[in-house]
Write a protein that binds this ligand. Structure first.
Ligand code: AMP
Ligand code: ZN
Length: 472
């Protein structure tokens, strides 16, 4: 498999450190609010990556943190504490907020068919580990104390900036008046490992440490949680592209300083979901959640499908119209599967199976090209293979795609037969006449027919998902 690696800026063959095994780390959510569908785009694409690696026979161990402390609104060392902000907004404690939004996050993931990682670690449960690693960084001369906080000294590294081609001189310069807000830092790019001098008087979560009572910086949590659970060599680190700097850059700095060798080989970054007014974010303005999609009548799996139609390395624009188009194509695909789930006679043709599967794996082997993988699904339907072979292939692909295709087709087939049994022929005929009228844009006639249907005890409604018929 070839994957684009943000570290080398090119597509590279994926070769795990230990043959047959993959260690994978994912930056988890900051649990001060619901995840928005932009966050969930990243988790959907990471889920596809994990599932595809497993599909190819690799033994994957995936670890995720839950950020319940230390993340400031700037992603650096300035701004408000996100958790504190959430707690104040809802008049609750930080831990209550963390619990509520962690549960909400996994509930959303379940609806989107996103597998829960093998290990999930809330940052607040690893304080001793953070202190241990920071102590080693101090001993090795990579960290210093200033003004009550512990900072990582980026000038001790040969290369701090790894993902982008920023000008080194802009980053390595010492504190300049008017540019740098934190006068304690020796270098502009230095970052906090441990705060003992919290700027928040009402800091709720504090722990004792060799440097005084305080709390960890955000970046150290991912390094420590990854190294503790996945060892010294990490195969893949995932996250949204906004995390490349400063978060992942700082993770690399401190992990490699601690270990004394290269830490992670492949960096997988998902581009953003944007709206017409820009990047979707938790901290600014209204954001869209899975619950909101459901309220508007979309199944969460329609959103998963919408995400898979685009490549993870392209930013994706969300609009209701785009989602409607996705809903239409998803529903059409499911309809096409109905005859297959009804006719399960015959045997799987192994040759046809292998041949059609190849275009699916070729697509995903090429930097996880999910839209081409979906084309492979349509190719199966168009092929001359028998129904059972087609069904077996789609069930097989769906182990990776996670779109619930067979279940949806099954449900549709059952509903259709229930509906056909229950609804009198007279009503079915009227529904058909109404459909024709709507097609011809004769809405007056369509309304008239709807009233006739109502008089027979049925309600017909147009939803985003198609025509719905219910008993009154
Ligand atoms: P957070 O909860 O803010 O720590 O973010 C959780 C994950 O969502 C991180 O991997 C972010 O990089 C990612 N993320 C944030 N905003 C977006 C967006 N608009 N589109 C895609 N991913 C995002
Ligand atoms: Zn992280």
């Amino acid at each position: 498999m070839y994957l684009y690696n943000s570290l080398s800026h090119k597509k590279e063959e994926f070769i795990p450190h230990e043959a047959g095994k993959v260690s994978m780390y994912t930056c988890g959510p900051t649990v001060y609010h619901f995840a928005h569908i932009g966050n969930l785009r990243s988790y959907i694409m990471e889920d596809i990556l994990e599932k595809y690696l497993r599909y190819t026979g690799l033994d994957v161990k995936r670890v995720m943190n839950i950020t319940d402390v230390g993340h400031l609104t700037s992603d650096g060392d300035t701004g408000d504490d996100k958790m504190l902000k959430g707690a104040k907004r809802e008049h609750k404690t930080v831990m209550e907020i963390a619990k509520f939004y962690t549960d909400a996050f996994f509930a959303d993931c379940a609806k989107l068919n996103i597998k829960t990682p093998d290990v999930v670690v809330p940052a607040t449960t690893y304080i001793d580990e953070f202190i241990r690693v920071i102590t080693t960084l101090m001993e090795k001369g990579y960290a210093y104390e200033a003004g009550g906080n512990i900072y990582f000294d980026t000038s001790k590294l040969e290369k701090y900036y790894v993902f982008n081609d920023f000008k080194e001189e802009d980053l390595a310069v010492g504190v300049r008046e008017g540019v740098e807000e934190d006068g304690n830092k020796r270098n502009k790019a230095d970052f906090v490992l441990w705060f003992t001098k919290s700027k928040f008087d009402d800091q709720e979560l504090k722990w004792d440490s060799p440097w005084g009572v305080g709390y960890p910086g955000w970046h150290i949590e991912c390094s420590c949680i990854s190294m503790k659970n996945l060892g010294e060599y990490l195969d893949i680190h995932c996250g949204g592209i906004d995390n490349a700097f400063p978060h992942h850059t700082n993770e690399i700095a401190q992990s490699e300083a601690y270990l004394g060798h290269k830490w992670c080989n492949y960096w997988f970054h998902v581009l953003h979901l944007n709206t017409n007014s820009g990047k979707m974010s938790k901290s600014s303005g209204e954001f869209l959640t899975v619950s909101l999609l459901e309220e508007k009548g979309y199944s969460p799996l329609i959103y998963r499908w919408f995400c898979l139609l685009s490549h993870y390395r392209k930013s994706l624009v969300f609009s209701w119209e785009n989602l409607d188009n996705a809903a239409t194509s998803y529903n059409k695909l499911v309809e096409k599967l109905v005859p297959l789930v009804k006719d399960r006679s015959g045997e799987v043709d192994d040759n046809a199976f292998a041949e059609l599967k190849k275009s699916f794996t070729d697509a995903l082997d090429n930097d996880l090209n999910t839209s081409l993988a979906i084309t492979a699904v349509y190719d199966v339907l168009k092929s001359g293979a028998n129904s059972v072979t087609k069904l077996a292939l789609i069930a097989d692909f769906d182990r990776v795609l996670g779109l619930g295709l067979i279940q949806a087709a099954q449900a549709l087939a059952e509903n259709a037969s229930d509906a056909a049994e229950d609804i009198p022929q007279e009503v079915l005929d009227l529904i058909e006449q109404r459909r024709e009228a709507r097609k011809a844009k004769d809405f007056a006639l369509a309304d008239e027919i709807r009233d006739k249907i109502a008089a027979l005890g049925y309600e017909v409604r147009e939803t985003r998902q198609g025509t719905e018929i219910n008993k009154l």
